[in-house]
Design a binder for this molecule. Structure first.
Ligand code: ATP
Length: 190
């Protein structure tokens, strides 16, 4: 089995995230993608982050009915700073015979050397890198291995969405309609 692990803050989950998974499914012939929201990203120090409860609900709303996609709340359950290595080790234990892939946007490639227990992580997963508009492709270096996908480049980010909501601009089409409805109804990010 070929399994994709897709970690992120997902604050909120948007169409760019969805298309990262879709590109990985198609181009790397994955059987399943697991979306793993972080309790606290090692690279983000934002006290204003939305609660785990909201972020998890948006993922579930957006992925409802997608039978190959699964939402995994293990990092939220663990709490604290979320390190990919801990999550990947849990997949290695659960699926000892599977080939594991870790999905990232191109903006994360330059940070890989700083990821916790990088050499160990590099032994366990292959990275699938999805281009991100505005990010020059940067080659993946030792000890990591991976491939750049063609993807569906879409210039959307959670921070742009948060800004648009604060400015009371529409986010229609940039997130799943049920996620849009939920965010607007609850007045989140205003
Ligand atoms: P923020 O704007 O708050 O930093 P973000 O939109 O980058 O958030 P994250 O949840 O931090 O979203 O991203 C999770 C993963 O998805 C990262 O690997 C990131 O590179 C990737 N990603 C997010 N948006 C895109 C996009 N539009 N194209 C390609 N990759 C993306």
């Amino acid at each position: 089995m070929r399994l994709g692990i897709f970690g992120g803050s997902f604050d909120p989950f948007h169409a760019g995230h969805f298309l990262v998974a879709q590109a990985a499914m198609e181009e790397a012939c994955l059987d399943r993608v697991f979306f793993v929201p972080a309790a606290q990203s090692p690279f983000k120090h934002d006290d204003q982050a939305s609660s785990a409860e909201h972020r998890l609900r948006w993922l579930r709303l957006a992925l409802q009915g997608c039978s190959d996609y699964f939402v995994d709340d293990q990092e939220l359950q663990r709490g604290g700073i979320s390190y990919a290595i801990e999550t990947v080790l849990s997949y290695r234990d659960r699926y000892p015979d599977a080939q594991l892939f870790y999905l990232i946007g191109a903006d994360h490639v330059p940070t890989l050397q700083q990821w916790r227990r990088a050499p160990e992580l590099a032994q366990l997963v292959e990275f699938l890198i999805v281009p991100r508009p505005g990010e020059a492709p940067c080659s993946i270096s030792e000890p990591f291995s991976g491939q750049y996908l063609k993807g569906f480049p879409l210039e959307v980010s959670s921070s742009t969405l948060r800004l648009r909501l604060r400015e009371r601009l529409s986010i229609r089409g940039l997130v799943h309609p049920k996620v849009e409805e939920d965010i607007v109804k609850r007045g989140i990010y205003l």
